[in-house]
Design a protein around this ligand. Structure first.
Ligand code: NDP
Length: 603
């Protein structure tokens, strides 16, 4: 029997870094992001809505005060904030058959939030919901999305199963014209867009991928008709006699593999790069404890998590998990010295040292859990924890102890070829009944390609062209040349990656305040001035906090597959120089001052 390959000694940091670079070099490829293909052509059906049939309806030719494109958390929380501000005439337009966005589409078994429910699930106090678990599972989160929509009456005027195909500014009437795949031509005074940064599934451009004769699907549209089971994790009984292959081992695969391991006749996991799997420690939330929380608790928790997760100090760690632990360790390192070096290089050193320790622990955990030393060796991540999306799971590694589970490690090269009967890795062929693509979502591709429509502003200016060299905005929300339009996402704002919904609830508040002000003052047009936009972008370019862009890292969507993405990449992934806490404070003051500096309100 082959023995596991030699590994660097955990105390030999130089050897570990050499190993990191060698592993990265194996995976770097000249085609970068182009290695992936779109879900079009023979794969078009991969993005059909399997959950809700499209109900026929007459096309709409009406007008609303605010239209929101996207019914995920961005639309829900902005809709809620608008309603709270007394703006009732809100229409959410959503491609899926219900609200929920990522939680509507992603119903794979085992799906759950990776950020604690108490801070991840928005508007808990407003809707009176107590999360059942520290990390809620997907059905509960989807239900919460519906709860928000019901609570704020967002169903009333919603257009579900409706895909926007065109968005044009009509300067004569000062209205946006929204066209959809249902023949609608609606008008809106204001439009906000929250189409999600990771919503368009992508597929690996593996030679022969279109030739597979068995069954296949992407994890974001789990085919329960084929597998049996359901999103709550019921046994997938139809897989008992199937040989199933999973391609990809990112955050999605980590959550669904334990379920597949339990139910498949045989499961083969094709791995290019192992994820880092830290401890999950999920547990039910105690209703008695929950009842003791004082009003205003969620704001407090959000602030506490954001402060601690981004390197600040607080008396108590309310969430206390793998996310806050990352920064706690850095702080501990820094302040272990009587003269802490608080310069960027001092911080960087503390980060590297604490990460070295963390990754030694993560690799040691693989050895503790996985019985077969060869499998264990292949499952160890050789990169820094934040090079890829950190994963947290207590059953994933153990799944490889199941006798019917095979780990097909491709040593960084990926699947070589697909043919009618299965998958090739090098010279080895693996026959399969079903391929499940856990291959992620488009990041870094053109915004209009991901959204499915372009936005045409004043004088025919297309947003895709205006942003061809990267996003330009004030606060990540307003774009010059696109009056009465708001962008809802994390970029060029707080950029808090560990808790995306928090970015969105704050943006929702800001947008509601602006629309309220415009309505109250009789303004028909709200637009950022060119100067204010340039100043904001200039500030971000000069000193913005960048997410990703770590050239030493193993490739992935966090670092544009290891390729320099230049100014465009910077602008598409940058956040406020003082970080999320600084941005939230800044934007709160900006919006409550009532001056809305940088915006022009025109009557
Ligand atoms: P990812 O992009 O993280 O993973 C895609 C996987 O496919 C990677 O393991 C990649 O390998 C692999 N892959 C790509 N091409 C090939 C190939 N040719 N052969 C073999 N393997 C290949 O997608 P996910 O859906 O897992 O996650 C996307 C994001 O969605 C997460 O990062 C996270 O932000 C979010 N998410 C959040 C969850 C939560 O909060 N609970 C749960 C799930 C997802 P390689 O690493 O080498 O590129």
């Amino acid at each position: 029997m082959a023995s596991a390959p030699a590994e660097p000694d955990p105390s030999d940091k130089e050897a570990i870094r050499r190993k990191y670079l060698a592993e990265r070099d194996k995976r770097l490829r000249p085609d970068g992001n182009d290695q992936y293909i779109e879900v079009t052509g023979v794969f078009e059906h991969y993005v059909d809505d399997p959950y809700v049939p499209v109900e026929p309806r007459e096309p709409l030719h009406d007008e609303v005060t605010v239209a929101f494109i996207g019914g995920g958390f961005a639309g829900l929380v902005t809709g809620a904030r608008l309603k709270q501000a007394g703006i009732d005439d809100v229409r959410i337009i959503e491609k899926g058959g219900d609200f929920g966005g990522t939680w509507y589409w992603n119903r794979y078994p085992g799906a759950q939030c990776d950020t604690a429910s108490m801070v991840y699930m928005p508007l808990l106090e407003e809707t009176g919901h107590m999360p059942t678990e520290k990390y809620a599972h997907a059905p509960e989160i989807l239900e919460h999305c519906q709860r928000i929509a019901k609570h704020f009456d967002l169903y009333d005027n919603a257009c579900l199963s409706t895909e926007v195909t065109g968005l044009d500014w009509d300067d004569d009437t000062k209205r946006w014209i929204i066209r959809t795949n249902r023949g609608d031509e609606m008008r809106a005074r204001y439009v906000a867009m929250g189409t999600g940064p990771l919503h368009r599934p992508k597929l690996p451009g593996i030679e022969g991928i279109t030739t597979f004769g068995g069954h296949s699907f992407h994890t974001s549209r789990w085919d329960y008709d084929y597998t049996g089971g359901d999103p709550t994790g019921a046994p997938m009984i139809h897989l008992a006699d199937k040989r199933v292959g999973v391609i990809g081992t990112g955050a999605t695969a980590v959550q669904c593999v334990p379920h597949l391991a339990r139910d498949c006749g045989e499961l083969l996991v094709f791995q290019r790069t192992p994820s880092s799997i830290d401890v999950r420690n999920n547990h039910p939330i105690d209703p008695e404890w929950f009842a003791t929380l004082e009003p205003g608790w969620q704001e407090q928790w959000l602030e506490n998590f954001t402060i601690l997760q981004t390197g600040g100090f607080a008396d108590e760690d309310l969430v206390k998990d793998g996310w806050t632990d990352i920064t706690q360790r850095i702080r501990d390192r820094l302040f272990a010295s009587p003269n802490p070096d608080l310069t960027p290089s001092g911080f960087q050193r503390a980060y590297h040292e604490s990460d070295d320790d963390k990754m030694v622990e993560i690799r040691a955990r693989v050895d503790e859990v996985v019985a077969d030393p060869l499998k264990a060796a292949a499952l160890k991540p050789w990169y820094r924890q934040l090079c890829k999306r950190p994963c947290f799971h207590d059953e994933y590694l153990a799944a490889y102890n199941t006798p019917t589970v095979e780990l097909v490690d491709t040593d960084g090269r990926g699947v070589t070829r697909i043919d009618e009967t299965g998958v090739w890795v090098g010279e080895d062929h693996y026959e399969l009944d079903c391929i499940i693509y856990a291959s992620g979502f488009e990041v870094g591709t053109d915004y209009a390609r991901r959204a499915g429509y372009d936005t045409v502003g004043r004088d025919g200016l297309k947003l895709s062209e205006y942003w061809a060299d990267g996003m330009l905005s004030l606060h990540g929300i307003h774009v010059h040349g696109f009056p009465n339009l708001f962008v809802v996402g994390p970029t060029q704002g707080a950029n808090l990656i560990s808790n995306i919904p928090h970015n969105l609830t704050e943006r929702g508040k800001t947008i509601a305040a602006i629309v309220r002000h415009a309505l109250d003052t009789g303004a028909h047009e709200v637009e950022v001035t060119a100067e204010a936009e340039q100043a904001w972008v200039g500030m971000l370019e000069a000193g913005g906090r960048r997410f990703g862009n770590q050239p030493d890292c193993t490739p992935g969507y966090y670092n544009n597959e290891g390729q320099d993405s230049g100014r465009r990449g910077l602008l598409n992934s940058v956040g406020y120089p003082e970080g999320p806490v600084g941005y939230f404070r800044y934007i709160d003051e900006w919006r409550t001052s009532g001056d809305f500096e940088g915006l022009e309100f025109r009557s």
